[in-house]
Design a binder for this molecule. Structure first.
Ligand code: ZN
Length: 187
């Protein structure tokens, strides 16, 4: 089976019956084109992925960022975040990613941004979280993990528009309410 995740998606072989007869068609009682196996009839629905993460802060007003050591955007700074796994809540996923990417635990975890990015079929959720340990540090996914004062944030070297948006919302409004936004990219 060959799967390309992203805007376009295709399969070479059916994961159910191994047939190569997969075509794009609109199934009965549906209104969108899907990949449908012509051999076993399986319909492959593709839905948006959820990315979940944390904006970690401390009492000194500093924010923790990770320098990515993996593609995409290797070498750019980001908030710890990643794809939600099956069987976990968005908060569990955010805390797991924070531990995996920064060896960081957080407390007082609070949802504050939900960002829909329809053109890449992704939903981002970010929580604010108070830094709970001081032995955070680099990991296989992050070459550096560092605290930034607000006026030191490397805006030109941030990895993703969703990270920029989340930092801007936090600095402008704090985390007292949840922001539900749609990010439209220039095409
Ligand atoms: Zn099949």
């Amino acid at each position: 089976m060959s799967i390309i995740i992203g805007k376009d998606f295709f399969m070479n072989f059916c994961p159910i019956c191994s047939s190569a007869e997969i075509i794009k068609t609109i199934p009965d009682d549906d209104n969108r084109e899907r990949d449908v196996c012509q051999s076993c009839g399986e319909i492959f629905y593709v839905n948006p992925n959820i990315v979940t993460g944390v904006l970690p802060y401390n009492d000194q007003g500093e924010i923790l960022l990770c320098k990515r050591s993996i593609e995409p955007r290797d070498g750019f700074w980001t908030l710890p975040a990643g794809f939600l796994e099956n069987g976990e809540s968005i908060q569990e996923g955010a805390e797991r990613e924070t531990l995996e990417e920064a060896k960081l635990h957080v407390s007082d975890v609070k949802l504050f941004t939900i960002l829909s990015v329809p053109h890449i079929n992704q939903i981002y959720t970010f929580f604010s979280g108070k830094i709970a340990n001081d032995d955070f540090g680099p990991t296989p996914e992050s070459s550096e993990v560092k605290l930034f004062k607000v006026d030191e944030i490397p805006w030109e070297e941030l990895a993703f528009p969703t990270v920029i948006k989340t930092l801007k919302i936090y600095l402008e409004h704090g985390d007292e309410k949840v922001f539900n936004e749609v990010l439209e990219y220039k095409r």
